[in-house]
Design a protein around this ligand. Structure first.
Ligand code: NZQ
Ligand code: ZN
Length: 384
């Protein structure tokens, strides 16, 4: 096990109806608030009305900026920064999913910074301060509600880049599973795929003696595999929604990280796909992860046997570890298919024409096995 420091400041307020307390919570930490949201789902579901009513009841002064797109764009972030400066905003309330939260985080670090916010993503500067961000989560997926990362797309050059710093962990997150009843099944499925990927990125490590966190990862993965398919026929099953919402947060708030070194190649490779083809992140991961597994498992076959046996319940003869690994990957793919996600690039109309370009942009990647552009091209070919 590696040395580690664990801290996570995000207060989680979980359960039925909790978002009614948002005005009270925000009024304690803000004078002027930016209410930030996406393309309109919160208006259709009535959540917008409840949030604004709660803010008004608590006397919170707020302005708003909607229109965040999935794969959030730096252009809107820049508009948000200007707006916050002009209006003297001192707190950002993100109501939505990973895209809205990441846009809010980027606005937050952009406001006190003299240069252009893209400098952070281009690694030309590091943020030193931020406006605080609070969250009302509407889709369990990215885990941004208590993660230390943000991922933004720059339309110029079709770049999608992440940035990690503990500065940007939200102050609080309201997590009401009922708010996720309205999700189309495709978005629920993409969310399940993303949270599973966040755990697998951590699980596939070359660090030895990480038994406690191995078993924590395995438990949460098994819970996702069990509960997510229930939501196909029962979108209003509170218990399954609650398990998935908790899993999505735990998957990416570093609770499962202690003492490990994560891989993150599949995420890096997927970001190149969603930058160019604007596909949902969770769908891209369902395609890339199995291909990555097939390409790298020889680096430590025992770890993949452990995954197949303990997570995927594979029960084949121990004399043939390769067959055990392949069956584990096949069962992971069967889960994605049950969730109606694509598992190959051709299913979503992507051909090999830009493999080289994406591989060059992504490389080098990974810690379980360090991948160069040639390796990444081969992974794309396996995913075709
Ligand atoms: O925009 P609206 O109209 O709100 O619709 C959204 C959007 O179209 C819809 N939706 C959300 N809640 C809903 C709902 N529809 C009906 N009912 C509800 N309750 O769902 C769609 C997807 O929303 P989005 O926020 O894009 O999804 P997600 O949470 O999966 O976020 C994806 C983004 O997060 C990044 C991804 O790369 C991607 O850009 N990630 C961020 C991470 C982080 N900050 O820690 C880590 C992740 O690995 C990931 O990279
Ligand atoms: Zn992800």
């Amino acid at each position: 096990m590696e040395n580690f420091v664990f801290s996570n400041k995000t207060e989680l307020i979980f359960g039925r109806g909790v978002e009614q307390q948002v005005g009270q919570k925000v009024s304690a930490c803000a004078k002027k608030v930016l209410l930030h949201y996406g393309g309109g789902s919160i208006k259709r579901t009535g959540l917008y009305d409840r949030i604004t009513a709660s803010l008004r009841e608590s006397g919170v002064d707020f302005i708003e900026l909607g229109g965040v797109q999935p794969n959030p764009r730096v252009t809107l972030v820049r508009q948000g920064i200007e707006l916050c400066r002009k209006e003297g905003v001192d707190f950002i309330l993100a109501v939505g999913g990973g895209s809205v939260i990441d846009s809010a985080k980027a606005i937050g670090v952009g406001v006190p910074y003299d240069g252009d916010v893209w400098d952070f993503f281009a690694r030309k500067a590091a943020p030193e301060a931020t406006l605080p961000v609070g969250v009302v989560l509407t889709i369990p997926a990215a885990g941004s509600e208590s993660s230390n990362s943000m991922v933004i797309t720059n339309e110029e050059g079709l770049l999608k880049k992440g940035y990690n710093t503990v500065l940007i962990r939200p102050q609080f997150a309201f997590l009401n599973p009922e708010l996720t009843y309205t999700l189309p099944f495709y978005q629920t499925a993409c969310g399940a795929s993303d949270m599973l990927a966040h755990i697998m990125e951590r699980y596939f490590t070359t660090v030895q003696h990480v038994d406690v966190s191995d078993r924590m990862c395995e438990g949460v993965m098994r819970s996702i595999l069990f509960n997510a398919p229930i939501l196909k026929d029962q979108p209003e099953n509170y218990d399954a929604r609650a398990e998935i919402m908790l899993a999505g947060t735990i998957a990416h708030n570093d609770s499962l990280q202690p003492g490990r070194i994560g891989d993150w190649a599949s995420h890096g490779i997927e970001h190149e796909l969603s930058a160019i083809y604007d596909i949902a992140h969770g769908a891209g991961l369902a395609i890339i992860f199995p291909a990555w597994m097939r390409y790298v498992y020889h680096t430590d076959i025992n770890r993949f046997v452990q995954f197949a046996v303990r997570v995927m319940d594979v029960d084949l003869s121990f004399g043939d570890p390769e067959a055990i690994v392949e069956e584990g990957i096949r069962r992971l793919e069967a889960f994605y298919q049950r969730m109606e996600l694509p598992i190959r690039l051709h299913e979503i109309g992507i051909d090999a024409s830009r493999f080289e370009e994406m591989a060059q942009k992504a490389a080098p990647r990974g810690a379980f096995q360090v991948l160069d552009a040639g390796d990444i091209c081969k992974i794309f070919e396996l995913a075709l």
